[in-house]
Design a protein around this ligand. Sequence first.
Ligand SMILES: NC(=O)c1ccc[n+]([C@@H]2O[C@H](COP(=O)([O-])OP(=O)(O)OC[C@H]3O[C@@H](n4cnc5c(N)ncnc54)[C@H](OP(=O)(O)O)[C@@H]3O)[C@@H](O)[C@H]2O)c1
Length: 255
Amino acid sequence: MRDRFAIPGRTALVTGSSRGLGWAIARGLAESGAHVVINSRDAGACAERAAELEAAGHQASAAAFDAADFDAAKAAVAEIAGRRDGLDVLVNNAGMVHRQPLLEWSDADWLRMMDVNLNACFVLAREAARGMVDRGWGRIINVGSVLSFVARPTIPGYVATKHGLAGLTKALATEFGPKGVTANAICPGYFATELNVALKNDAAFNALVTSRTPVGRWGEPDELAGLAIYLASNDAAYMNGAIIPIDGGIVAAMY
Ligand SMILES: NC(=O)c1ccc[n+]([C@@H]2O[C@H](COP(=O)([O-])OP(=O)(O)OC[C@H]3O[C@@H](n4cnc5c(N)ncnc54)[C@H](OP(=O)(O)O)[C@@H]3O)[C@@H](O)[C@H]2O)c1
């Protein structure tokens, strides 16, 4: 039986994979045969997660750095590519949210959001793509959001960066598609992780999510893994520049 989702021998860096959606994606890629590099700003958490995957019989290592420290990000991509004989898959997943009425956002709030959620993704994609283009094969997977399509109040920086990430994905796709390197965006709806603990604990917001999401519930992080594995696989060679909601149908619904 052919396993279309097997990605043995590939090396994948998943930013922000010590917990939440990144961890689910990292685990899925590792279970499908990739060597997964776990990243976050917490070296201990990265090492623990990598050890957990190895203990389960998968291949993993750790690279702790702040994605928005661009020198550190560049050095990490070079180190991984050198150590692993190339970086094949980049998942730009690390992200943050900042919630405050727009008029109270400081310049610093806005700029930090740009650096973490968008500028870091550009720098990492550019650095990873150099080797991918040389080898004629690569997969860049950006983690956007339903807020890559629509907006909500109090999160202008998040909305702007996630829309920007959709644009960056298309730019990468058009530039690198001819070189065998694809770029696509996974755009999750509402998944209960540390990022949105405040929303999950807010009864009114919780009711809004469950009533507005056609499947009637929050997502489980593991429900993202299959799409990430597919996008990282050989079978996804013709999938390029796609901005894909995985959201229980929330952006498809009028109410
Ligand atoms: N959860 C949702 O419902 C949802 C919906 C749509 C989109 N998303 C997107 O999915 C991605 C993951 O979200 P999540 O819910 O899994 O978040 P999370 O539970 O808060 O996890 C974020 C991960 O990123 C790491 N991280 C944060 N800032 C970082 C930085 N500057 N450099 C490196 N690592 C960093 C965190 O570890 P450290 O803090 O230790 O560094 C952690 O591993 C984000 O891009 C988010 O915008 C999430």
